[in-house]
Design a protein around this ligand. Sequence first.
Ligand code: NAD
Ligand code: UDP
Ligand code: UDP
Length: 320
Amino acid sequence: MPFESYKTSRILVTGGAGFIGSHLCERLLAAGAEVVSADNYFTGSRRNIAHLIANPLFEAVRHDVTFPLYIEVDAIFNLACPASPIHYQRDPVQTTKTSVHGAINMLGLAKRLKARIFQASTSEVYGDPLIHPQTEDYWGNVNPIGIRSCYDEGKRCAETLFFDYWRQHGLPIKVARIFNTYGPRMQPNDGRVVSSFIVQALRGDPITVFGDGGQTRSFCYVDDLVEAIMRLMVTNEDVTGPINLGNNSEFTIRELAERVIKLTGSRSKLVFKPLPQDDPRQRQPDLSKAKATLNWEPKVALEDGLKETIAYFKHSLEIA
Ligand code: NAD
Ligand code: UDP
Ligand code: UDP
């Protein structure tokens, strides 16, 4: 399936009104595809896709993936799932259902259609990792009964389902383990570190660093991620993943706070709050597999991506 085949494809994006999903819809339309977004708007919003509605190749359907979906498409990107801890912990049972029942329904749909299906998995399958950086063959260190488990174990079970549909039914699957991604259209109140720090800095509020801020994350700009997802979907059928996608420049949370303060010119000060339960200590993707199979690597430096994201929040929050 060459990249050009997007031109002639009808594609379903679940979670299409979310942060990453809306960028993916935009990019697929630009590649010439016809795109159907299926989203229940739990954490996404119609505002994220408002600029696409007038495009005759785009359609937005209100649908919860925990229910079956009968539709005719050539390929499926399964992104539906709340992604920030405060959102996925609001209704943890629904979070697991979305990952697990959502995967079963979308895999059943793909099986009937003999369609390629992509799963947005996560670095959270590695939990609080005991090896660093994380390679795809690492099985992870996940607490099965903690407050993050609905997300982590839901995503792990979804991966199991993807690989069983592949083994049992010969379904063409593409599983990506996405590391922390940021950019325009993140929600200002989603509690994720990049959006929270930027909004706090722009408002002159204290920057809430959890723990001592020495924990690390590696932040990927959304455009780089979407490019990798687009390439992965059209790689050879034998490339199933799982494959790490992200950026491997690693920063402490404290460094991130300092950069955000510098780039916004804010007078906000850091305040230290307790570290949430099971908060991973460090995280950095090993990207060797992605680089070799997709001929891709992230291009956007943290500083540049933060500038774009700050500009977006300034505009959307109407902070001059
Ligand atoms: P998001 O919350 O902005 O997007 C998720 C979308 O899924 C939202 O539009 C939401 O309304 C929709 N949704 C939730 N439950 C649904 C349901 N039951 N039925 C239909 N739609 C539903 O989050 P995002 O950051 O864009 O994440 C997109 C995907 O990427 C998620 O699967 C997430 O787990 C994965 N991911 C994201 C990151 C990241 O750093 N942003 C990292 C790893 C994995
Ligand atoms: N499914 C769906 N759309 C389809 C086909 C199936 O939503 O076009 C759902 C259906 O609800 C089913 C699930 O996918 O429960 C799994 O389908 P599969 O064929 O694998 O299993 P079965 O139908 O035998 O339970
Ligand atoms: N974090 C923080 N202050 C905040 C929000 C998050 O210090 O206001 C920390 C959080 O404890 C974690 C890191 O930033 O160590 C990334 O958090 P996020 O929720 O963005 O992503 P995840 O933990 O899922 O990687």
